[in-house]
Design a protein around this ligand. Structure first.
Ligand code: G1P
Length: 275
């Protein structure tokens, strides 16, 4: 089992960062001298995956532009002996093929993923990384999931423990059986439950490896009460109606949620301390 392509759903409106996000995608917020999306692309490469597909809307073309060669600037820096300033991005480009796919309507994460169905063969596993979540650890976040998915030949999603008081911001998993201290099989997921309704304090972190049946499940789910197609509903569908097993693995590494202003400040500080 080889993951050839990772999807990066990045078509969100960035409402928590308005008015900043009127012109600039939140994935372009800087962490040190690189935008958040750069760290996501590095994780793709460090996970051994060669293709990254950005799912964007028509106003977020800047995300794709960041990865394109800038010939004039490169020639100028070369002539001034300063081309090393661009080494991180030039190196990334040489290791990664980047495509884009448009989500025309803001109909949720499940809908965004479905927009990229055409990029996957019928037997191909699917990697997904939510760009708000930046994982800083010894081993790339997605790589940890790929290793588990390979062993199990099944879908594996990332989780981390959070205080119950915070679970309403996440998908909360329902544990079916404990496999070992880092791995459980799940019987379902509750998306953003109230603390007193949460089945566990194991929160879904934005890294997923799915079996090819994900797309069939996404075609079969209905809109949630919020009017969006949820990825978590597709997971439930695979388990309940398609006989699929889904596992949750506690990924190692410090996770920053750059999707909120305070989470982004934490990430800025965390990355500054590393330098
Ligand atoms: C999404 C998912 C949720 C997950 C979270 C992780 O929610 O729907 O299940 O726990 O990402 O960051 P969002 O934060 O996009 O609302």
């Amino acid at each position: 089992m080889k993951i050839k392509t990772v999807l990066i759903p990045a078509a969100g409106l960035g409402t928590r960062f308005l008015p900043y996000t009127m012109c600039v995608p939140k994935e372009m917020l800087p962490l040190g001298n690189k935008p958040a999306i750069h760290y996501i692309a590095e994780e793709v490469v460090n996970s051994g995956v060669e293709n990254m597909c950005l799912i964007i809307n028509k106003d977020k073309q800047l995300l794709a532009d960041y990865f394109k060669p800038h010939q004039e600037l490169e020639a100028l820096l070369q002539s001034r002996g300063k081309i090393s300033a661009l080494s991180p991005i030039i190196e990334l480009r040489s290791k990664l093929s980047i495509s884009t796919c448009e989500q025309r309507e803001p109909l949720g994460l499940g809908h965004a993923v479905l927009m990229a169905e055409k990029y996957f063969g019928a037997d191909e596993f699917i990697g997904i990384m939510l760009p708000d979540d930046i994982i800083d650890g010894e081993e790339a976040g997605l790589k940890q999931l790929i290793e588990q998915a390979r062993k199990l030949n099944a879908s594996v999603i990332a989780v981390q423990e959070v205080p119950l008081s915070a679970i309403s911001a996440y998908g909360s998993i329902i544990i079916k059986q404990v496999i070992n201290e880092d791995l459980v099989e799940i019987s379902g997921v509750i998306e953003k439950p109230a603390a007193d309704k949460a089945p566990s304090n194991l929160a879904i972190i934005g890294r997923y490896v799915f079996c090819p049946k994900l797309f069939t499940a996404l075609h079969n789910i209905k809109k949630s009460a919020s009017g969006e197609y949820q990825l978590t509903d597709a997971m439930d569908f695979m388990i309940d109606h398609m006989g699929e097993r889904v596992f949750a693995y506690t990924i190692k590494g410090k996770r920053y949620d750059t999707g909120t202003p305070t989470g982004w400040v934490d990430a800025v500080n965390g990355f500054a301390l590393k330098k």
